[in-house]
Design a protein around this ligand. Structure first.
Ligand SMILES: Cc1cc2nc3c(=O)[nH]c(=O)nc-3n(C[C@H](O)[C@H](O)[C@H](O)COP(=O)(O)OP(=O)(O)OC[C@H]3O[C@@H](n4cnc5c(N)ncnc54)[C@H](O)[C@@H]3O)c2cc1C
Length: 340
């Protein structure tokens, strides 16, 4: 049914848009991207033109105001076309959500550009997951926030304008700020060489008394509050694994694998928060199993450079470690032990 002019697109329409981009724009280039170690920005431009940079932004600032389930479906579809591109796009929305909830000055200055994709964001919170002394510290000096330390992983570095960076204070609060993704005397970004998703422009960023205007601070929250938010946000990344598995299912024409993807999707959307690590582990395992089946089915073609199968295997391997927490890792190891 056609929607009324001006009304927001339905969830189904957004998933359709993502599927078209995945099938017609991302997948045909995925092998080239994987081998070239970079991807054309026009892939992100297509995603922006479809309105998907603003999928979670409020309509007041040009967004589509979708719900988390629709976001996860769109992420899954894009991941089925090219995990690298989907992964880079996926980092953007942490900044969108924070800016949408920030004070009006910051929100009005930043949100329209973030929602349209004219301004693209990465995120750096991996340091918060490490135990022990903070890897990245923030202090206040006059009107500036001063950052010192390391953000171990910042994906999309050369494709984003700004990074939403989390750093810890003396008081064990977490300060989030929008940091320009530009090299400076006080900011060094060195690309991490990866065995999978090597085109994701993932960098380790080192800050040495790097100054950020205080007006760029989006949020200050206790570390314990962030940990709770982190625990509740783990569902979404499971969609990346489902995207890889569903591409394998489609290449193989396997209804059995497609059904397994559907069950994984339902589990990630509906399980209680405490059961999310198990659902994440099962999604990652499904991606690996589906990619293994694809390799076996394709025979010797699967070891040829440029075939989709070896790329999908490496993508599935990557998803065994990305976005992991100790709980997800424990569930993955428990599932692996079931095979003994
Ligand atoms: C390619 C790639 C890209 C990524 N991109 C981003 C990104 O754009 N933004 C972002 O925020 N995150 C990014 N991440 C990080 C991701 O979000 C997770 O934080 C990360 O995957 C956590 O897993 P890890 O294996 O790195 O954990 P680690 O931090 O290496 O921890 C592994 C284990 O060792 C323990 N451990 C680690 N350090 C210590 C220590 N000093 N003392 C005692 N125990 C310790 C941990 O508790 C854990 O049990 C990326 C990760 C990868 C691999």
């Amino acid at each position: 049914m056609n929607r009324a002019a001006g009304s927001p697109p339905s969830a189904g329409e957004l998933v359709e848009r993502a599927r078209r981009i995945a099938d017609e724009v991302l997948l045909p280039q995925a092998g080239t991207v994987d081998r070239a170690g970079d991807f054309p920005s026009r892939q992100l431009d297509e995603i922006a033109a479809a309105g998907l940079y603003g999928i979670l932004a409020p309509a007041t600032h040009g967004g589509l105001e979708s719900d988390p389930r629709t976001f996860a479906r769109v992420l899954e579809e894009l991941a089925s076309g090219c995990l690298t591109t989907a992964f880079v796009w996926g980092q953007h929305h942490n900044a969108v959500r924070a800016v949408a909830a920030a004070e009006p000055g910051l929100r009005d200055a930043w949100l329209p550009g973030l929602a349209s994709g004219a301004r693209r964001a990465g995120v750096a919170f991996a340091a918060l997951r490490r135990p022990g002394p903070p890897l990245l510290r923030a202090t206040l000096d006059g009107d500036d926030l001063v950052l010192d330390g390391i953000a171990p992983f910042v994906t999309g570095w050369s494709h984003v304008d700004v990074v939403h960076v989390a750093a810890r204070t003396e008081e064990d609060d977490v300060v989030w700020s929008l940091v320009d993704a530009l090299p400076a005397a006080s900011l060094d970004a060195s690309e991490v060489e990866l065995a999978a998703l090597g085109a994701s422009s993932t960098a380790t960023v080192r800050f040495s008394s790097h100054r950020v205007p205080r007006g760029r601070v989006t949020l200050v929250e206790p570390l314990a509050t962030w940990r709770e938010r982190d625990r509740r946000s783990l569902r979404t990344n499971g969609a990346l694994a489902l995207g890889v598995a569903s591409r394998c299912a489609r290449i193989l024409g396997s209804q059995r694998l497609a059904d397994a993807v559907g069950r994984g999707r339902d589990a990630l959307a509906t399980v209680r928060d405490e059961d999310v690590p198990r659902a994440r582990a099962e999604a990652a395992r499904l991606a690996m199993r589906a990619a293994t089946e694809l390799v076996v089915a394709r025979g010797s073609r699967a070891v040829a450079v440029g075939d989709d199968a070896p790329r999908l295997v490496r993508e599935a391997m990557f998803l065994l470690v990305f976005g992991q927490t100790d709980q997800i890792r424990a569930e993955q190891l428990a599932l692996a032990a079931l095979d003994d």
